[in-house]
Structure formats: structure tokens, C-alpha cells
Design a protein around this ligand. Structure first.
Ligand SMILES: Cc1cc2nc3c(=O)[nH]c(=O)nc-3n(C[C@H](O)[C@H](O)[C@H](O)COP(=O)(O)OP(=O)(O)OC[C@H]3O[C@@H](n4cnc5c(N)ncnc54)[C@H](O)[C@@H]3O)c2cc1C
Length: 336
């Protein structure tokens, strides 16, 4: 970045200092630092308004789905640390490879897909609240347990332990808690005869001149993302409450300003409006200690994922492991 005109020479030195600050110490000390907003932290550290507008805002806005950097400085430093310590990567065959890899380690019959958990059994909000709840509790009891779940098709699954690992809104619904505040995003996918850029770059809108936050050509990273002779282009916009046709027009206008008439040959494949892409990460953001045991939220019910830890694959894995270890300890206690 030394020769890139995005910020001043002083900004480049401040970036090095920010990098050092973010990688100092361990993660639990990072989450104990005094907390402010990411924007306030960058100003405190002396960054110019130019680099904030042209780099920090568009780049981290795409990470947090929050255009004004009004997120916790801890969440910001956690993400900056991740970018500083490791490569930025996309699985060659898509993000789904992560759960597939985890699932491959389990016997196939242990996992049932495509069945929504409608309600929990054994959670005070549900069991015994009505005749239906009593009947389900009895069914689970017949299966040797007072805990379990009711599926969308009405079937009951009894369980010695239940771990809720859904997105935050759904976890809150199951537990009868208020829904967490979230940020949304809209993603466009295009097929094109050629990619508009070469190489593994994320293109940011540093001028805030339209709805697009970022653009990427995943097929530049892995040939698995597009058939031979074609390119896949993804375009990400803030928010999800758009009129999709109106947004498509604005996206097209901005893409044409960037890449010219070549855009006319792009074919729109899909648009996804993701309502609850991420929880709002305004202060306070706290991270669980990976070492401390995780207490159940109700008898034999544990909570992992977004409602239990900050969002990210890292924290999803940490909170999943903590929940698994706590369940294992609890079940061992049963056997003792
Ligand atoms: C567009 C986008 C880009 C992202 N990019 C990154 C990134 O680059 N790096 C990063 O670290 N994080 C990223 N994140 C955040 C990351 O994806 C999440 O923090 C992480 O996936 C959370 O993992 P999880 O296992 O807790 O929940 P999820 O991955 O959301 O999995 C929850 C599962 O629960 C299932 N489910 C929901 N309700 C029910 C129900 N009632 N019954 C049964 N099953 C149910 C869902 O189908 C889903 O499979 C991104 C998020 C989005 C939306």
C-alpha cells in the first residue's frame, strides 16, 4: 500500500501501528480493551478523513454490513487482527465446504437435514404451557428423556442434551427472548463472458457513488465457481429493504460507470436479500473465554452461535466447541 494514493504517508505508518496494536496479546486481552466505536478509534489514532472515507469505511462496512463504522472498536480490532495474521481465503468449492467437512467426521445417520426445529421441549416457556406441550413432553418422556425438540412436521425428537446453534433471531424465538438487532445485505450474482478485473481483488466503492459496497470475481480465485469460458461476479450492497428492481437499476448504472458497455453482456443469475446477515455489533461487544465452562441456559439446553458469542466463523467454532465440551461433561456426570 506504500505507493497507493488512498491515504497519506502518515496514514501508512499509522496502519503499521494499528496492525501491531491489533496483533498484540491474546484475544481475551483484546476484548478487555476500553471500548468505543471503530470510527472514534480510527480518529483517536490520527488517521486522515481521506483514508477513513476511501478505505476503512468501504472495506469494513462490507465486513460488518454497517456503512458508518458505528461498530465496537473491539469487533473492529478482532477483524483487523484476523486480516493481519492470516491470508484472506475462500474455499475453492464455496463456503458450504466448511460444514460439509465437519459433517464428514460424523456417521451420516447422525444428521437430519431440512427439518426445522419448531419448539423446544423442557424449556419453561413451552413445556406444560398447553395440552399440546404436555403431550409432547410425554412423548419425549416415553423416549427416556424430558428434553428434546418438536420439528416443523410435528415429530418429536427426545434428547439428553439440546444445543441451539441457529442464527440469533431464531435462537431468541426458541428461547422466548427478544430478537437481537441485525444488519442486512443484498447480493447480486452475474455471469459474464470475461471477468471485469484480473486477479484476486475485492473492488470497493471508495467514492460512495452508488448502492454497491464491493465487487468480487470468485471465478478469478477458483475455476469451480464458473463453467469454462465464463466468469462469476458477485456484487454486494448495503441493506435488504430495497425494491429489488429499483436496486438492480442503480447497480447496473454504477457497474456501467465502472466497466463501460461490457456490463451489457452480463447476465443476472440471482439476487439474495439477506435480512439478518449479522447481528449489530455496537458496543458493548464481549467475547466468551474459551477456557471457562459454558452453563446451560435451561435444564439440558445449551446455547452456541450468534446469541452466545460475537459473529464470525472463529467465534462460531469456539462457542460450538465450548457447548460440546459442556455437554460431554454433563453426560459423563450422568454416567458417574
Ligand atoms: C454474507 C455474509 C458473509 C460473511 N462473511 C464472513 C467471513 O468472511 N468470515 C467470517 O468469519 N464470518 C462471516 N460471516 C458471518 C458468519 O457466516 C457467521 O458468523 C457464522 O456462520 C455463524 O455460524 P453459526 O454456526 O453460529 O450459524 P449459521 O452458520 O448461521 O448456521 C445456523 C444453522 O441453523 C439452521 N437453522 C436455523 N433455524 C433453525 C431451526 N429452527 N431448526 C433447525 N435448524 C435451524 C440454519 O439453517 C443454519 O444451517 C458472514 C455472514 C454473511 C451473512
Amino acid at each position: 500500500m506504500v505507493f497507493c494514493p488512498v491515504g497519506t504517508v502518515g496514514d501508512k505508518l499509522r496502519l503499521l501501528r494499528l496492525r501491531q496494536r491489533a496483533i498484540n496479546g491474546d484475544l481475551s486481552s483484546l476484548y478487555q480493551r476500553p471500548e468505543t466505536s471503530a470510527l472514534a478509534l480510527l480518529r483517536q489514532l490520527g488517521f486522515s478523513e481521506r483514508i477513513i472515507k476511501r478505505f476503512f469505511k468501504p472495506f469494513f462496512a462490507g465486513v460488518f454490513f454497517e456503512p458508518d463504522l458505528a461498530v465496537s472498536s473491539r469487533a473492529f480490532e478482532f477483524v483487523f487482527r484476523a486480516f493481519a495474521l492470516g491470508d484472506t481465503a475462500l474455499p475453492a468449492k464455496g463456503m458450504e465446504q466448511i460444514p460439509l467437512q465437519l459433517a464428514q467426521r460424523l456417521p451420516a445417520q447422525r444428521i437430519e437435514l431440512g427439518c426445522k426445529v419448531e419448539r423446544l421441549i423442557g424449556h419453561s416457556g413451552d413445556v406444560g404451557s398447553d395440552a399440546e406441550g404436555d403431550a409432547e413432553g410425554d412423548q419425549a418422556g416415553d423416549l427416556g428423556s424430558n428434553t428434546g425438540v418438536v420439528l416443523g412436521n410435528g415429530e418429536v425428537r427426545a434428547a439428553k442434551a439440546v444445543v441451539i446453534a441457529t442464527p440469533g433471531r431464531e435462537a431468541a424465538r426458541l428461547l422466548g427472548r427478544p430478537a437481537p438487532e441485525t444488519r442486512g445485505t443484498s447480493c447480486f450474482y452475474f455471469a459474464a463472458p470475461t471477468a471485469p478485473i484480473n486477479g484476486p481483488y475485492l473492488v470497493l466503492d471508495g467514492n460512495s457513488e452508488g448502492p454497491i459496497n464491493s465487487l468480487l470475481c470468485p471465478s478469478n480465485l477458483s475455476s469451480a465457481y464458473a463453467p469454462p469460458g465464463q466468469a462469476l461476479i458477485t456484487v454486494n450492497c448495503f441493506g435488504h429493504q430495497h425494491d429489488p428492481d429499483q436496486l438492480a437499476l442503480l447497480v447496473h448504472r454504477q457497474l456501467r460507470a465502472w466497466f463501460g458497455t461490457a456490463v451489457e453482456s452480463w447476465r443476472q443469475l440471482a439476487v439474495y436479500q439477506i435480512d439478518d446477515a449479522l447481528p449489530v455489533q455496537a458496543p458493548p461487544v464481549n467475547a466468551p473465554s474459551a477456557e471457562e465452562p459454558l452453563n446451560p441456559v435451561a435444564e439440558r439446553i445449551w446455547l452456541s452461535g450468534e446469541l452466545a458469542a460475537p459473529p464470525s466463523i472463529h467465534w462460531a467454532l469456539v462457542s460450538g466447541r465450548r457447548a460440546a465440551e459442556s455437554v460431554a461433561r454433563d453426560l459423563q456426570g450422568d454416567r458417574a
